[in-house]
Design a protein around this ligand. Sequence first.
Ligand code: CMP
Length: 138
Amino acid sequence: MERTLSIIKPDATKRNITGKINKIIEDNNLNIIAQKRIQLKEDTAEKFYSVHKNQSFFQDLIDFMISAPVVVQVLESENAVSKYRDIMGSTNPTEAEEGTIRNEVALSIQENSVHGSDSLENAKIEIDFFFTKDEIVG
Ligand code: CMP
């Protein structure tokens, strides 16, 4: 079994579609074993996305991620990391395959509704970033 970190982003919380996204997650047999709605602060968002700090879109990304609450989640299944990336679809929703979350609901390459860890190693780091062990009930 693997675990991965998911974030339902501000464009989705603002449109009241967190349940719709959770339904896609659960219909694909990923188990939501931890979940909380939080308001990111600028320094927390900057730390989480520090790998992108030299990208031209960095400040826009931070402004977007703190523009409304997010829902952070831990998902568990076999091959959860790659499975969730398949279910999310491409970063750019115009390239996301039919049936993926981003094809169904994302608005743009920035307002792309969900984040998922890109490797098992990063999944562990990202899960620890947001959750204590007690908050995860597998
Ligand atoms: P995410 O998977 O959370 O990882 C980094 C985020 O940066 C990405 O989703 C998008 O929200 C955003 N992003 C990536 N590429 C671009 C881009 N070219 N322009 C604007 N935002 C981007």
